[in-house]
Design a protein around this ligand. Structure first.
Ligand code: ARG
Length: 460
């Protein structure tokens, strides 16, 4: 099959179906920019060590730049019979500059080439994603500051637990995202080693300078083992793990926003431009963006499972199985960027219904723990205080009123030590202000945490 770059030992053309079945150019053409970037660095290195003449290097670089322009102008004809992005570009180069183009692949294999391309690609996407993640964090910090004094119910078991501030709740989301950011940076750090030079699997007999190529491409160092270099896809799995946990968090935020925008909660309003209506029910304004983000979590988890399964049975070194890593990685990149953009755009314009969150916090005896703590300060053991307050709650519940609606004489039936100062303790503001320690919900702590988060974000 003389039409193939590898056709020398073949005596019949590839089956037409097999050609389509094994081709990856339909999706890996997305890597063209990084493929060319890697090839240019490889050519420079080959010239540095004397394998290519300087004129040959220059002709290759010029040719590759021209191919890049053709691709970007939509003039490039991708060919399935050339299988993948690498051979499409190499063939176009040779067509442009002649026989010198055929020298580019000296001391290189598609195996180390693709391992390099995908790292270069993912490194750029990680940087974009990190910026978008930080933009969402900034939005949450902004909202937290605005709502540092806003009272809302805090829940455990989705039952009214203790009052918290809305700002504190937003900063809980911020913390989750901050761990995601840390995981993303860890992944980037381990990924940033250069496989080029591993060639097919064993290295190459040319006097290559891997340190030089690594430096040209912005890698921290060359990889240490050629077999591992061409077969490792840990970095892709790590990226998908990061993405899965990020989507877990976004899905949880989404669940809360969906709940909070319902008429029965009405804690927040989403801007109209992030919602859609119903074709039959005129009153509807649906929180589609959070719902869709929650839904997209499933596909990201699925891709992580695909990649883990893809790798588990592979002997060293490169196997064609690895071609199946692209579509999951690409889809996760697109999904993560979409979800982060939607959230980063949306969060700063979320409206908080402060009256509504405050009145909701008043329901469900949310300051009962404060009353128990008050009794402890009066000398009771916490367990006894717990019992006393439990009885007071049952009494109030029977009378369908709140704890602070009970008169002093009524409260004193449960414990004679209760004094007039109890009513201060039973207020929502008193409750949140009392939790004034590192990590607590008091407005003062929220403002401190906001300042710290801003400093951390400014350092990135
Ligand atoms: N399309 C291949 C991939 O995605 C590129 C490497 C092909 N190497 C090979 N020996 N067939 O992994």
């Amino acid at each position: 099959a003389a039409d193939k770059l590898w056709g020398g030992r073949f005596s019949e053309p590839t089956d037409a179906f097999v050609e389509r079945f094994t081709a990856s150019v339909g999706f890996d053409q997305r890597l063209y920019h990084h493929d060319i970037q890697g090839s240019i660095a490889h050519a420079r290195m080959l010239a540095k060590v004397g394998v290519l003449a300087e004129a040959e290097r220059d002709s290759i670089i010029e040719g590759l730049e021209a191919v890049r322009q053709d691709i970007e102008a939509g003039r490039f004809q991708w060919s399935v019979s050339l299988e993948d992005v690498h051979m499409n570009i190499e063939a176009a180069l040779t067509e442009r500059i002649g026989v010198t183009g055929k020298k580019l692949h000296t001391g290189r294999s598609r195996n180390d080439q693709i391992a390099t391309d995908i790292r270069l690609y993912l490194r750029d996407e990680i940087d974009t994603i990190a910026a978008e993640l930080n933009r969402l964090q900034e939005g949450l910090v902004e909202l937290a500051e605005q709502e540092a004094d806003t009272i809302m119910p805090g829940f455990t078991h989705l039952q009214s637990a203790q009052p918290v501030t809305f700002g504190h709740h937003m900063l809980a989301w911020y913390e989750m995202l901050d761990r995601d950011y840390g995981r993303l940076m860890d992944c980037r750090g381990r990924m940033n080693r250069m496989p080029l030079g591993a060639a097919a699997l064993a290295g190459t007999s040319y006097p290559i300078d891997r340190e030089y190529t690594a430096q040209l491409l912005g890698f921290d160092a060359p990889t240490a083992n050629s077999l591992d270099s061409v077969s490792d896809r840990d970095f892709a799995i790590e990226f998908l793990s990061f993405a899965s946990l990020l989507l877990t968090h976004l899905s949880r935020f989404s669940e809360e926003l969906v709940l909070w925008t319902s008429a029965q909660f009405s804690f927040v309003d989403l801007p109209d431009r992030f919602c859609t209506g119903s074709s039959i029910m005129p009153q509807k304004k649906n929180p589609d963006v959070p719902e869709l983000v929650r839904g997209k979590t499933g596909r990201v988890y699925g891709h992580l499972m695909s990649l883990l399964t893809l790798m588990k049975g592979q002997p060293l070194a490169y196997n064609k199985d690895n071609q199946e890593d692209k579509e999951p990685v690409f889809d996760v990149v697109d999904t993560v960027k979409g979800c982060l953009k939607a959230y980063a755009d949306m969060m700063p314009s979320v409206g908080v219904n402060r009256n509504r969150t405050r009145s909701a916090a008043r329901q469900g005896f949310a300051t009962a723990t404060d009353l128990a703590d008050y009794l402890v300060r009066k000398g009771l053991a916490f367990r006894d205080a717990h019992e006393v307050v439990g009885q007071a709650v049952a009494h109030a519940d029977e009378n369908q009123c709140d704890l602070e609606d009970l008169g002093l004489d009524e409260l004193q039936q449960f414990c004679a030590d209760i004094g007039e100062d109890v009513y201060q303790v039973l207020t929502l503001d008193g409750s949140v202000q009392a939790r004034n320690h590192i990590g607590g919900t008091a407005p003062e702590q929220v403002r401190g945490a906001v300042a710290q988060a801003r400093e951390a974000l400014a350092r990135r």
